[in-house]
Write a protein that binds this ligand. Structure first.
Ligand SMILES: Cc1cc2nc3c(=O)[nH]c(=O)nc-3n(C[C@H](O)[C@H](O)[C@H](O)COP(=O)(O)O)c2cc1C
Length: 262
């Protein structure tokens, strides 16, 4: 519901019993702790049951070592073996499923999870963390893997480099999607896309240059103002492929990209 206040500020208000009497479980895999932080924040906000997915032989070691092991497993088509879940999935109606993005989609332990457990009829709300993006493709792949589950179109995703902003963004996500009661400022839509200006190119570079991989060249841009600052949407070309990159500039802060949609 959108409500106008006397001062002219528009609020997005979500009210009424959220998910009614349904039983909710936060189920997540996290290798290095980023997704776990988001899982714990959801738990604090919703008070739902929570369980970490654990492996018989955990991925450990450096990023390079994990990449190497995952690469070999993907090639061989093997999945990591999970420790049995303590939760009885059949008792839950709504599952908040969290994972890191690996190779552009949900991490391998989630492949194990969906092949071993029955999620038919469950409502699944995805949350994930990533270096640059992958929320949308993870949801798309999950829908294919679990055709009998009801997977919410909108999920929550945040870059691990921006985990400090997770609590605020999560609060908005849960209210906007009616999972929690509360009010947040309604954010306007982006302006129409038009050729990027020189100033916006510099802003894009400032937002993306710290990232370990090149993200491409911005061609088109749109923007919107919020009470926190300005958000930009860039259409970006990279090696013949087009992506969408979102950038936020909080008042007085350094520009940061929030996600890449490939
Ligand atoms: C094997 C592996 C593959 C990854 N692939 C991607 C990727 O395709 N895209 C991306 O944005 N981040 C990727 N990442 C980065 C993770 O998604 C990111 O570090 C995440 O926040 C880790 O979550 P965790 O701390 O809960 O394990 C990858 C990390 C690993 C270890």
């Amino acid at each position: 519901m959108i409500a106008a206040m006397a001062v002219g500020v528009f609020l997005f208000t979500s009210c009424g019993a959220k998910n009614g009497s349904s039983k909710q479980l936060i189920l997540y895999y996290s290798q290095t702790g980023a997704t776990e932080q988001v899982a714990q924040q959801i738990q604090q906000l919703l008070g739902a049951d929570i369980e970490a997915i654990e492996l018989e032989n955990p991925y450990s070691g450096t990023y390079a070592e994990t990449i190497e092991r995952v690469g070999k497993e993907r090639q061989a088509g093997t999945l990591p073996k999970l420790k049995a879940l303590k939760s009885d999935i059949s008792k839950y109606d709504v599952i908040y499923l969290g994972y890191p993005i690996w190779y552009g989609t949900y991490a391998m332990p989630i492949s194990s999870l969906v092949s071993e457990y029955d999620f038919a009829g469950k409502k699944i709300v995805v949350f994930c963390t990533f270096g640059s993006g992958g929320l949308e493709d993870g949801i798309r792949d999950l829908k294919k893997a679990l055709p009998e589950a009801q997977i919410a179109e909108n999920g929550f995703g945040i870059r691990n480099a921006r985990i400090a902003s997770a609590a605020k963004e999560l609060n908005r996500f849960l209210i906007e999607n009616n999972y929690m009661e509360g009010s947040v400022e309604a954010i306007p839509g982006y302006s129409e896309m038009r050729p990027v200006t020189e100033e916006e190119k510099q802003l894009f570079d400032a937002a993306c240059s710290d990232y370990q991989f090149p993200l491409g060249t911005p061609v088109l841009a749109g923007k919107r103002g919020t009470s926190d600052g300005v958000d930009y949407i860039f259409q970006v070309e990279s090696n013949g492929a087009t992506s969408t990159i979102y950038v936020t500039v909080a008042n007085g802060a350094k520009p940061e990209f929030t996600r890449v949609v490939r």
